[in-house]
Write a protein that binds this ligand. Structure first.
Ligand SMILES: [Zn+2]
Length: 372
């Protein structure tokens, strides 16, 4: 992270950044030691002029079609475009479904549809930069073999996009960076319009710009959940993907999960999971919840879910919780639980298809009828 200290130290920080080829990374905007205006006065900059220059450059990338296209092209060049037809078809589907989901909550998406691609990066991550430019790493498709969970990740990124988190973060960071650079003007450096463009471009192309403050992360999580509810995806997938991160951390696959769950800019995966479980509980009318792989209805044990495929018991339980939450939200709990083609149903809502290790469908349906 680019940290702001005293003016003298800022100059040193810039030298260090230059030495490693402008490897300026940031998550949460750094806290300035003095206020921005004070800093500007000290080094004699017209803050209004600087601010307007920064704003117009960010506006170019964030709001104009030409700027958006530039960013999109640069991201594709930098990270590489993966042409795998299965992954691309899946991302097309996810984007089409979620775009409708977002539009139901926030119609402004229609004015700025997302530009997206599958990147060649093998880590589990996705990023949304300014201008609704989005990429989902090929590693995400390889490590999350489940469309609903990938949709949960993409929905979170669209939450950042809809709230312009990156553009807002960039305004603060870029302005501070420029002040630091101008502080070095004593040593002969100058900064003009071209340099400002270059700073913003570098920041925009930096993958880590995709994530903001913890407050923004929490907002993106909440929005992602709301968008998922407006699609046919299982809203339990939001909790399930967090459980997958928790399980991956235990299984030493942590290096494969990059910034999407990076503790420095995201709350811990288990806390994010718990927040989603709470939302599912509320969506169900405070009837259904799950913990440690056990789903409960009306505070009574419904089922201890078996692990299946590469999913842990807990990860899989959140899909069943999601199905039940939707059923309860839609009043289907007033209907009988039945078994159709081996699947336990509540009204027309599938609840669980028993896997090896689960009880049989009829036993599960019978218990559902007795406690629902
Ligand atoms: Zn995020």
């Amino acid at each position: 992270m680019f940290k702001f200290r005293s003016l003298k130290k800022k100059v040193l920080a810039i030298c260090a950044a230059a030495a490693v080829g402008f490897s300026l990374t940031f998550g949460a905007p750094a806290t300035a030691s003095a206020s921005l205006t004070e800093d500007l006065i000290v080094i004699g900059i017209n803050s209004a002029a600087l601010s307007s220059q920064v704003n117009s450059q960010i506006k170019h990338f964030n709001e104009t079609e030409a700027g958006r296209q530039e960013l999109y092209g640069e991201f594709q060049k930098k990270y590489g475009v993966n042409e795998d037809p299965t992954y691309n078809a899946m991302l097309d589907r996810i984007m089409a479904n979620l775009t409708k989901g977002v539009a139901a909550v926030d119609p402004t998406i229609k004015e700025k549809p997302y530009k997206y691609f599958v990147s060649n990066d093998e880590t589990l991550n996705a990023a949304c930069s300014m201008g609704h430019v989005m990429m989902v790493n090929v590693g995400t498709f390889k490590l999350v073999p489940n469309e609903d969970e990938i949709a949960a990740i993409v929905g979170h990124e669209m939450g950042h996009g809809q709230k312009d988190h990156v553009a807002k973060g960039n305004k603060k960071v870029v302005t501070k960076y420029i002040i630091a650079n101008v502080a070095g003007a004593a040593a002969g450096a100058t900064i003009g319009g071209g340099a400002i463009t270059s700073v913003i471009t570098q920041l925009a192309f930096n993958h880590s710009v995709a994530h903001g403050t913890k407050k923004q992360e929490t907002e993106a999580d909440a929005l992602g959940f709301d968008y998922m509810l407006k699609t046919n995806y299982n809203p339990g997938a939001c909790a399930a993907i967090m459980q997958r991160f928790v399980d991956m951390e235990k299984g030493h696959k942590r290096s494969a999960i990059e910034k999407f769950f990076n503790p420095s800019d995201h709350p811990d995966s288990d806390k994010r999971r718990d927040a989603y479980v709470k939302k599912l509980y509320e969506y169900s009318g405070k009837k259904v919840t799950a913990e440690n792989g056990i789903v409960t209805i009306n505070k009574k044990n419904f089922i201890k879910v078996a692990p299946a495929g590469d999913m842990s018991s807990a990860e899989r339980s959140y899909f069943i919780l999601g199905n039940l939450a939707v059923a309860y939200h839609n009043g289907l709990n007033k209907q009988e639980a039945t078994v159709q083609n081996g699947i336990v149903m509540l009204g027309n809502q599938p609840i669980i298809e028993p896997a090896e290790g689960d009880e049989d469908a009829y036993t599960i349906a019978e218990r559902l009828n007795s406690i629902k």
